[in-house]
Design a protein around this ligand. Sequence first.
Ligand code: HEC
Length: 136
Amino acid sequence: MHRVSSLIFGLGLALVAATSLSAQNPGGSAEGKAMKNPVAANAESISAGQALYAKNCRFCHGPDAKGNGPMAPKDSHPSDLTDAKWDRGSTDGEIFMVIRDGAGPEMKMKGYKGRMTDTDIWNVVNYLRSLGPKKK
Ligand code: HEC
């Protein structure tokens, strides 16, 4: 029974990964590029984003967002979010889509759709933007 249920679980995961693949292509997405960030990157938004980051993202991406979180799933290699390279697209909208829809081989990072409001996700985008040398 155990073997069967884990097989079904595995198939389910593969399906999820396949259907969301278009959003996961490294190099970004046209949909994300076309999106405008509706939330001004003011101090209020950035500190809201920081609190959300600490709660949801730190254990994988690390306290300083360098991808060294202590609790990241084995071999998932969360990205350094402070370096100059955005593998999955560098516009605010593309970063928004990664957070909303998830990322990584085998989708180790689950999307936050349904767990965070769009405004919250934009707040996190604004926070990440405030960290590094990364510009659009
Ligand atoms: C379970 C661990 C995990 C959690 C939790 C997690 N991530 Fe990730 N994140 C990953 C992995 C793995 C990748 C993909 C690395 C790769 O490209 O292979 C990734 C990729 C990203 C990227 C793309 C980086 C790039 O260079 O394009 C962004 C942005 C990001 N995560 C932000 C967040 C934010 C914001 C949160 C919290 C809301 C979060 N992540 C939560 C594991 C995680």
